[in-house]
Ligand binder design. Sequence first.
Ligand code: ADP
Length: 259
Amino acid sequence: RIVTHQVQRGVKLMEGVRNIIAVASGKGGVGKSTTSVNLALALAKEGARVGILDADIYGPSQPRMLGISGKPTSKDGKKMEPMEGHGLKAMSIGFLIDEETPMVWRGPMVMQALEQLLSDTRWGELDYLVIDLPPGTGDTQLTLAQKVPVSGAVIVTTPQDIALLDARKGLKMFEKVGVPILGIIENMSFYICPKCGNEDDIFGHGGGASMAEQDGVEFLGAIPLDRSIRSEADNGAPTVVAQPDSRLAKIYIELARHV
Ligand code: ADP
């Protein structure tokens, strides 16, 4: 099931892009980038044409996670061709600067760079553009919500109280600026010991689901804490492509169907 969300605002930024899905989190390190890329790959596996925009200017992760190196080219000297990896079109500031160069920029520069990545990329025809946002509720999230016709936002959190608290702030911010919430994903939800099979709720239990219920939004599902999710993303072939028939890949595909 691929649901088409109507693009609500008429910004003529990216004419061929039908749905823009923002993936957000309150905190860093909860697995937002890993979840974004696996969701994008799951949508592509279901037959959709998918792009991913890495909106994290200070800490881009997608070039590494998609195993893409090299720099984008331009056919007409105006728009950049997106990079491609595992069937996804991708754009990231990480393609334009080398991996170890810090972006020592103030907010307005960051916003300008983000707008350029969005609108100066020849995305072509896409069913979904997944935007991997930086954590928090700052400039990037606001600019995006106000300037880009975002179809909806997915909030990634861990079950831990401190992460949930920040996730709720993200949720409220999107509600304030009129971006619909597609739902909450609980990442690092539980750990199954590969040796003894014991299941451990390292970051607590059920927080994402109860937050969704309290806030009246959909709980999209839970992703376990699993070493292979980490190692596959580090190696540039995220779980959905590294082990396409696995239990973990099925979890991402199920989540993508609910988005
Ligand atoms: P964020 O984008 O929220 O900062 P990342 O996606 O970069 O978070 O994830 C942080 C770290 O946790 C990365 O090393 C990533 O590989 C790892 N990670 C994310 N989700 C999982 C998971 N479900 N199981 C194991 N490791 C994970």
